[in-house]
Design a protein. Structure first.
Lengths: 399, 186
């Protein structure tokens, strides 16, 4: 019998009422195959395009991803930097206004509550985006942490969050604004006016490894929601040879090839950023012992800084390539002779860009890149090779 | 579907000198494909195909499982197993098919392979007891046959039935009508 074990991250069983993003009607109109995801009804694929076709489209043209299910926050007030530097290991003084960085919300043990993008608007005003699947716990966590500070206003808001990704992203988006997009590099953001009159928050960023933008488009009034939906539809209708809506299926395979983490797979509350080979998230300026002190430090600093100092982690996050059946989450990894268990897979799938399979894994550090390993898939040990991340080099827009 | 293609195999063969397009509509119903009895260049029946004998003969019965497999039983007490169009569409682009080995003795529910797409892997369990006597090696070089022709050239394994009576006796094997009804509840 075919018992379809379709991946839980696409088909969570949600009996509660599912939320809809402002682009929901457009997805249905475009033939989106809607599935429950993190409490939302989201498109996983669109008609007339297979997973592999949609993946390749983004690598060569422009894909539009509705990511409005992600949670947007504003953190405002004199203590906002202090709060963010306590709950994440970021160094906000290193960011200029309207620059952003990836970071992680940390618990007291240094485990990752969620990953996030923090954009500095000014020293007292930050824009933060976190994962849809962590909405409830992130809000509770930040509220609790914020209550320890005096001058803080933390709020969340909904809008149309639209990722425009692919090598032709600037070419297409430039037709909809007078802002010179060639001057906005990866890692930077700006409030930008579209030709339709809407003032949007534009960040040169993404989750595919390709150049692109993430736009936060106001959608709380019916007029704004309609403008956002019209903008989405217009991009597709006016540039049918370049622009397609792309679902969650390709979003996952693209980020996997780009070596990016997915919360719940490579990251969780028992994994520190050091465990996950994300030491770069703790800048030099935050590695001083002063960060262990509660007053100045960040959550879990004692654990994390010890790990950095003593190089005490025994495994690391690394890539695996293989042929044949694809490695999937939680497959065990063994040494080449098959005798010793040395790690496990956190994400894996066939790679539309490269052919063969790619996977991310946590593996004993002693096993170097290029080493042959065995991956246990459906009871049989199969060949794999430890490979550096990313599998597909990022194509970001940098000066 | 397999059944409809097989049942109509003789008119298809007779009409092989005509253009495919004119012959297809009556056979393409819901699941069938135009590819089963032709090779792509000459439009002639590929008599070397393992399927050939079975195509000309037609199955005794075609059954389905609630888990989206089909089982086409022939008069020599063998049955072909594959996955339905519904399953192949749910999987999306098939990237890899793991086949059983010839000679494997299987019971109902034993793993006889797996079908993988980019986003998922699904094990295939035997809907019937018997011995695997043939496997579709074409799937190793072209797994997309599962997408293009799941109930035909995308067959996975041929099983010599342990007891031919099992096919009619099994409560888990559905008729086409029962299977279609089960899809409405998906």
């Amino acid at each position: 019998m075919l018992r379809t074990s379709i991946n839980k991250r696409f088909y969570s069983s949600a009996s509660e009422t599912l939320l809809k993003t402002p682009l929901y009607d457009a997805h249905v109109q475009l033939g989106g195959k809607m599935v429950p995801y993190a409490g939302f009804e989201m498109p996983v694929l669109y008609k007339d395009q297979s997973h592999i076709e949609s993946h390749n489209w983004v690598r060569s043209k422009v894909g539009l991803f509705d990511v409005s299910h992600m949670l947007q926050h504003t953190v405002i007030g004199k203590d906002s930097s202090k709060l963010l530097q306590k709950i994440t290991p970021i160094d906000l003084s290193s960011l200029k206004p309207f620059q952003f960085s990836l970071s992680v919300l940390l618990n007291d043990k240094g485990g990752v509550i969620d990953d996030c993008i923090i954009t500095k608007h000014d020293d007292n005003h930050y824009y933060v985006v976190t994962n849809a699947g962590c909405r409830a716990k992130d809000i509770a966590f930040i509220k609790k942490e914020a209550s320890q500070f005096n001058d803080i206003s933390h709020e969340t808001f909904e809008s149309t969050l639209l990722a425009i990704q692919g090598p032709k992203a600037q070419h297409v988006l430039q037709k909809f604004t007078n802002e010179d997009l060639s001057k906005i590099y990866f890692g930077n953001a700006k409030f930008v006016q579209l030709h339709n009159g809407q003032l949007i928050h534009l960040a040169r960023s993404g989750y595919t490894g390709e150049d692109g933008f993430e736009l936060s488009i106001p959608s709380t009034t019916p007029e704004d929601a309609k403008s956002a939906q019209d903008f989405f539809q217009t991009l597709i209708n006016e540039y049918p040879d370049l622009v397609r809506p792309i679902g969650l299926a390709a979003r996952d395979s693209l980020r996997l090839e780009a070596g990016m983490c997915l919360y719940g797979h490579e990251l969780n509350e028992d994994i520190t950023p050091i465990d996950a080979s994300l030491a770069w998230l703790i800048p030099k300026s935050r590695r001083d012992d002063v960060n262990i002190r509660i007053k100045d430090g960040f959550n879990g600093a004692s654990t994390i800084l010890q790990q950095i100092k003593n190089k005490s982690t025994t495994s690391r996050r690394i890539g695996i390539t293989s042929k044949g059946p694809s490695p999937r989450d939680n497959n065990k990894i063994f040494s080449e002779d098959g005798t010793t268990e040395i790690g496990y897979i956190t994400s894996g799938s066939p790679s539309p860009t490269l052919g063969g399979n790619v996977a991310q894994a946590f593996i004993d550090k002693k096993f170097k890149i290029g080493s042959n390993v065995k991956i246990e898939i459906r009871g049989k040990k199969r060949d794999g090779v430890i490979t550096k991340l990313p599998f597909v080099e990022s194509n970001l827009y940098k000066p | 579907m397999f059944k409809s293609v097989l049942r109509t195999s003789s008119p298809l063969i007779r009409s092989s000198t005509l253009s495919i397009r004119s012959t297809i509509p009556s056979f393409t119903a819901k699941f069938s494909t135009s590819r089963v009895v032709f090779n792509s260049i000459s439009h002639k029946v590929n008599q070397q195909s393992h399927l050939y004998k079975y195509l000309t003969e037609g199955p005794v019965s075609v059954k389905y499982t609630a888990e989206h497999e089909w089982l086409a039983t022939f008069s020599d007490d063998t049955a072909f197993v594959g996955i339905t169009k519904y399953a192949s569409e749910a999987l999306g682009d098939v990237t890899f098919v793991e086949l059983p080995e010839i000679g494997d003795q299987v019971e109902v529910g034993d793993t006889i392979g797996s079908v993988e797409s980019v986003k998922s892997a699904s094990e295939i369990y035997s809907p019937i007891a018997g011995e695997v006597i043939a496997i579709n090696e074409n799937l190793e070089s072209d797994p997309s046959l599962i997408n293009s022709d799941p109930i035909g050239n995308g067959w996975i394994a041929q099983i010599k039935l342990a007891n031919v009576e099992d096919v009619e006796a099994s409560e888990e094997l559905l008729t086409e009508e029962q299977y279609e009804a089960s899809l409405e509840h998906e």
